[in-house]
Design a protein around this ligand. Structure first.
Ligand SMILES: *Cc1c(COP(=O)(O)O)cnc(C)c1O
Length: 410
């Protein structure tokens, strides 16, 4: 069964005679045990699906976890209060003082900040590696390295890495891999079976994935949530126990919101993708734009890697690519002009995040995000990122066009 069908048919058992389409929203902190012996038996099932207390889960959270596992090709899922909490949970579950974690230099920024602050305070060191260069990763792995983070594509600069090669490097050194798969949303490629379509050499895939459900699974720009998914019993035990100890439980009203959005996730993702590709191509034809950064657009860094991974897992022949891209404006414009461009947009709103119904724009100071260096593989200029919503493509293009002409006339 295709996973787009599978998420519509979770293994949920409704109360007798009440077979509604949507799973019931069950809320609890306290769960009442019939007697002391069953109470003790259920606590023995720490990692199973027996109910003990609200932090472990309810029938409703179990449905969402099952849907997310079906999408991702995973077996176990922990829900956490945000995408960043998912990153934190993996780090805290797997690392201890004296260990080292490696993070791509184009990773989601707050994940790097977490390593620089709390992880460092706990005696866990980190190094950044060049995500476009598997031999750079290989050179940084040492006896202390216990975890390597991966992200596809990179945050803001959108470079698609050679994931299979990065995973191969980690496996050959017996280091665990965790992928931030927010962009792929479980649709663009199969993180646990990276080499499946390529008559693989048994590399398999990553060990763990995290998602910001805040983005496409929510789709509403109104809920924060994250997930951690794995296929491995031992890893799940480590992560689930840490999850319970940290008290990272989620609110059931939020779970209900995500459950309502899950059904339309593949359709929304494809719509965001289609509009974003059309607008990215249009931007590429504008003389003010030096470079378009979108993994599915030829000439974008890592495009060939996107093509080899994401057009094999596709359903419509074009592959999947989310609704996110950045552009680099020519250096001859000033920062003020680029800010004025962002301010002149009417439909695009100035705001963080992505995956919601409304298109967003955000200028980034890329040099300061890369320790004062402009990345060598990118043309030097001013970077602006767009998150494409569900508006009509023509209206968005007209909005971009009027802002270009008003503020960046040549
Ligand atoms: C947004 C985002 C996160 C963090 O998610 P929050 O729910 O906002 O904490 C993590 N990783 C990536 C790639 C993201 O885009």
């Amino acid at each position: 069964m295709k996973k787009t069908t599978q998420i519509l048919h979770p293994n949920y058992q409704p109360p007798a005679g009440y077979a509604a389409v949507q799973a019931g929203v069950f809320k609890a902190s306290t769960i009442i045990f019939p007697d002391t012996s069953s109470m003790r038996a259920r606590y023995g099932d720490e990692l199973g699906q027996q109910y003990t207390y609200g932090t472990k889960g309810t029938p409703t959270t179990f449905v969402l976890e099952e849907q997310l596992c079906a999408l991702e090709g995973g077996r176990y899922c922990c829900l956490v209060p945000s995408g960043l909490a998912a990153i934190a949970l993996v780090n805290l579950a797997l690392l201890k003082a004296g260990d080292e974690v490696l993070i791509p230099n184009n990773a989601y920024g707050p994940g790097i900040t977490l390593a620089q602050s709390e992880l460092t305070h706990f005696g866990i060191s980190y190094q950044l590696y060049d995500a476009l260069n598997p031999s750079c990763l290989a050179a940084k792995i040492n006896a202390k390295t216990k975890l390597v983070w991966l992200e596809a594509p990179g945050s803001v600069t959108m470079e698609f890495p050679e994931l299979i090669e990065l995973v191969r490097v980690c496996k050959s050194r017996s280091v665990l891999t965790a992928l931030d798969n927010t962009w792929g949303a479980g649709l663009a490629f199969k993180p646990f079976e990276l080499d499946q379509e390529k008559k693989g050499d048994g590399i398999g895939g990553v060990d763990i994935t995290v998602h910001a459900l805040t983005k496409y699974p929510s789709g509403g720009a109104d809920v924060l949530m994250g997930s951690v998914i794995t296929r491995d019993d031992g890893l799940h035990a480590l992560i689930k126990r840490c999850h319970m100890r940290l008290g990272y439980s989620v609110g059931l009203n939020d779970v209900e919101s995500i459950l309502r959005s899950m059904h339309s996730l593949p359709l929304r993702y494809a719509a965001h993708d289609k509009t974003a590709r059309a607008l990215a191509l249009w931007c590429q034809s504008q003389s003010q734009v030096l470079q378009v950064l979108h993994p599915a657009i030829a000439g974008s860094p890592g495009h060939a890697h996107w093509q080899s991974l994401c057009t094999t897992a596709n359903v419509n022949g074009n592959g999947y690519a989310a609704g996110l891209f950045s552009i680099i404006f020519d250096k001859r414009f000033t920062h003020h002009q680029v800010d004025a461009f962002c301010d002149a947009l009417q439909l695009f709103k100035l705001g963080y995040s992505w995956g919601g119904p409304i298109s967003l724009v955000m200028p980034y100071n890329l040099r300061s995000m890369r320790e004062g260096q402009w990345p060598e593989h990118l043309k030097e200029g001013h970077l602006v990122r767009f998150s494409i919503g569900l508006e009509d493509v023509q209206d968005l293009q007209l909005d971009l066009d009027q802002a270009f002409r008003q503020t960046l006339a040549i």
